[in-house]
Design a protein around this ligand. Sequence first.
Ligand SMILES: [Zn+2]
Length: 168
Amino acid sequence: MDPGGIDVMHCSPAEFAERLAAENHTLKRSLINPALFSGIGNAYSDEIAHCARLSPVALTRSLDAAAAQRLLVATRAVLNGWTDRLRAEAARHAGWPPKVTAFRPGMAVHGRFGQPCPVCGSSVQRIVRANNETNYCPTCQTGGRLLADRALSRLLHASWPKHIDDLE
Ligand SMILES: [Zn+2]
């Protein structure tokens, strides 16, 4: 069963931009939608958004041509980088790596809540939904803005900080 997503490694920039704007959803939701793009999981979508310096909740139709192009370049860089790493790891273990997990050492933001962003040193933030977590760097990706985390903001009510400077 082919859900219909395009192959991001071989599509043209125009095809990529067209798919991106096909639905007006958040960047993250569109990237992991297998009907739009083939083979981008939750973990890699966080890494791709970080690499492209785009907010994971930016609406796809609000992205200009330059941002869409940057996203394509980031998508290929992240997927190629991890393919190489996984191949090297598999070769070392003479087979598939023993621990296959979405959280891998070497990721910039995914699974690294509270740890320093490898690019700028800011504390990696998260948005937790029912069964997945989005990680991002506020300095690199959202102009310092903290994205509302439903569970946490309910807990903190009005004291929910809006900007990374308010965390300190
Ligand atoms: Zn950063």
